[in-house]
Write a protein that binds this ligand. Structure first.
Ligand code: DHB
Ligand code: FE
Length: 273
């Protein structure tokens, strides 16, 4: 027997799909080509790469469900009379390159695991707060970004394991810190279904420079997000529509590193650079 959720959602899906077919006057050949594209997506999917998710990304679907999920949970928080909820950080899509089981390292450890001579080394730090605005100790912060050649670690076995990827635990002030690189704009894999769709639409495959986060703590909702480099190309035309204004950040040269947010004291060694 169909669940209530299916009973509600499927008639909408079928009605909208039929509307699309009629309104766009889809031909038999076009529909079979669409099916072939999905078959190809299944065939090229591996552990490192979910082509079906990529297809949904270039159509803006993963971003749309992320926007809805964020709205759902912030509406729920607002309706919860008990909570003195602070405005939460915005979420963003996970993308295909998250890896589970990365070992913890001490705060401050660099995730740049081979020398990258043309990249900007970056001190990346922040604080994690619970929904009441209190610093959260012991939260796990997974961070990953692409190397200067635009590749993530799993895409390039010639590099050291976990290059530009690491996992940290927040201290009693909710504080975490690492050394990473200023990331590079990156084309999503475009040699199969998702790429064919982009080509058909005359669109490019690039994402603006970004760093991924997965922040979790027992008893708290997990935050999956990204931050974007304000000076990057493609902020206005991200191939997968993930940019949100509040997630755009500035990379500040360390010599001017007085950007410490209120309540945060810069680490000792930052003070004399
Ligand atoms: C996608 C997201 C990413 O962060 C990335 O680096 C590549 C692709 C995506 O959503 O398809
Ligand atoms: Fe990414």
């Amino acid at each position: 027997k169909a669940s209530p959720r299916v009973r509600k959602a499927f008639p909408i899906l079928i009605r909208k799909l039929h509307e699309f077919i009629v309104e766009a006057d889809v031909t038999v050949e076009e529909w079979l080509a669409a099916c072939a594209l999905l078959v190809e997506a299944g065939q090229v999917t591996t552990e490192q790469r979910d082509e079906m998710v990529l297809v949904s990304d270039v159509l803006g679907v993963e971003s749309l469900v992320d926007i809805l999920a964020f709205k759902r949970s912030s509406d729920a928080a607002k309706n919860d009379a008990q909570s003195s909820a602070a405005e939460p950080s915005h979420s963003a899509i996970l993308g295909p390159f998250y890896r589970k089981g990365v070992p913890f390292e001490p705060n401050g450890t660099s995730i740049v695991r081979q020398f990258e001579k043309d990249a900007d080394y970056t001190r990346l730090f922040g604080r994690v707060f619970d929904s009441e605005g209190k610093p959260l100790k012991g939260a796990a912060v997974d961070i990953w970004h692409d190397a200067p050649d635009g590749l993530y670690d799993a895409q390039d076995p010639s590099k050291p394991q976990y290059h530009c990827r690491g996992r940290f635990e927040t201290d009693e002030n909710g504080y975490y810190e690492t050394i990473c690189l200023r990331p590079t704009p990156y084309p999503i894999p475009f040699d199969h279904s998702a790429g064919k769709l982009l080509q058909m639409m005359g669109r490019h495959p690039y994402r603006p420079a970004h760093i991924h986060f997965w922040i979790e703590a027992a008893g708290h909702k997990t935050l999956v997000s990204q931050v974007f480099d304000r000076e990057s190309d493609y902020l206005k035309d991200d191939a997968v529509f993930a940019v949100k204004d509040s997630l755009i950040i500035d990379f500040i040269p360390i010599a001017q590193g007085k950007s410490a947010k209120e309540g945060y004291k810069a680490p000792e060694e930052l003070k004399d650079v």
